[in-house]
Design a protein around this ligand. Structure first.
Ligand code: NAD
Ligand code: GLY
Length: 363
């Protein structure tokens, strides 16, 4: 492991686990094997990632009984049917309760694999090897796993923590510009919701970050994971503070839903959602106009959208937002900003201000 590798821990008592962030970690045998208990290892990946990284990972697992299952690529395959393919592979290979699942891929593969690990024979070990920026800063950490239902996103799932998260930033070399930017939305989110110093660091270095300077990538992933890990350690099951991680997400899920999946990447919808949350926070008397412009500027410099591209009517968007599972008793709960770097959860914002912001973005 190189000196540059950073390690941090998600502190969850007997479920605590390390996150490793560095270069060339995929081929490091010891890192993986330290977190595998039995001999049976099932790598779950998809048709895009398998040709790029599967053989490399298999080589690092020499000495184990390694099998793999290659899933179709895409959010539309994040279903119970695809999950069943993982169970089919595990059962055909006669894997038992001592087996370990390794998720090699982005958030879709990670969420499916985690849920498969939570439910196969009532729970087996799993390791996250995230390969998109979004999954490296968000979905691989914290133990939310699951699949979509045709009536709602991520509606079927479990909280189930991995044994380790291994983040090899070299995998980002093959990630498209658009997916990289989508991951940046979640990185910027951490600055906005609770870490003003991190936000300033991102503003100062955004050009080099977008040019994929590796030292900076390691630093921003470390900061993001550290912020997420500390929130998850306080509130694993989202009974309170963890909901702050949904800044921009309720608006964002509404946009994803209203346009239909595939029109916006998750991170792109969250980017617009964070601008909407900032505008509402301004109207609620917390942010200045300059603050709201700072939010737009940093997202624009990360090549993210800050407005809805085609107009939809506000009723459709509000209806789509209320489908989000963060709504309680029909009330749309939102994460708003008291200041840049300080967020709060509320359902008692002014309805008039809320409608005003939605109307402005929809027309
Ligand atoms: P994704 O998994 O669909 O990956 C995006 C695309 O990049 C896919 O086509 C994938 O095959 C490809 N890809 C992945 N790694 C690559 C690489 N290194 N090189 C080239 N291509 C690569 O999307 P995502 O943005 O990683 O994750 C989105 C999913 O994560 C959503 O389903 C969302 O619900 C979920 N999510 C979960 C959590 C959580 O806490 N569990 C948090 C945020 C998002
Ligand atoms: N992505 C939000 C969470 O993990 O809680």
């Amino acid at each position: 492991m190189s000196d540059k590798t950073k390690i941090l821990n998600v502190e969850l008592a007997d479920k605590s686990y390390p996150i490793y962030i560095g270069t060339d970690l995929l081929s490091l045998n010891s890192l993986m094997t330290d977190h595998i208990e039995g001999k049976q290892v099932m790598i779950v990946t998809n048709t895009t990632i398998a040709p790029l990284y599967l053989e490399k990972l298999k080589a690092a697992l020499e000495g184990f009984n390694v099998e793999s299952v290659v899933l179709p690529d895409g959010e539309k395959f994040k279903t119970l049917e695809t999950l069943n393919k993982v169970f089919d592979a595990l059962l055909k290979a006669k894997f038992d309760r001592s087996s370990t699942l390794v998720a090699l891929g982005g958030g879709v593969v990670g969420d499916i694999t985690g849920f498969a690990a939570a439910s196969y024979q009532r729970g087996v070990n799993f390791i996250q090897v995230p390969t998109t920026l979004l999954s490296q800063v968000d979905s691989s950490v914290g133990g939310k796993t699951g699949v979509n239902h045709e009536l709602g996103k991520n509606m079927i799932g479990a909280f189930y923590q991995p044994k380790a998260v291994i983040i090899d930033v070299d995998t980002l070399d093959t990630l498209s510009e658009q997916e990289y930017s989508a991951g940046m939305a979640e990185v910027i989110k951490y600055g906005l919701l609770g870490n003003a110093d991190f936000l300033s660091m991102l503003e100062d270095n955004i050009e080099s970050i977008m040019a994929r300077n590796k030292d900076l990538i390691i630093e921003i992933i470390f900061n993001s994971c550290q912020d997420k890990a500390s929130i998850v350690a306080l509130d694993e099951f989202e009974r309170g503070k963890r909901a702050l991680l949904n800044l921009g997400h309720t608006f964002g899920h509404g946009i994803e839903n209203a346009f239909g999946y595939g029109n916006y990447l998750h991170g792109e919808a969250v980017s617009i959602g964070m601008v909407m949350a900032a505008k509402l926070s301004m109207d609620e008397g917390h942010l200045s106009n300059e603050d709201a412009i700072r939010v737009e500027n940093i997202l624009s410099k990360a090549n993210l959208p800050i407005a809805i591209k085609k107009s939809i009517d506000s009723e459709t968007l509000i209806e789509a937002m209320s489908l989000d599972k963060k709504s309680i008793d029909g009330k749309i709960r939102l994460v708003l900003l008291k200041a840049l770097g300080e967020s709060y959860l509320t359902d008692s914002y002014s309805k008039e201000n809320f409608n005003g912001v939605v109307n402005n973005f929809c027309h």
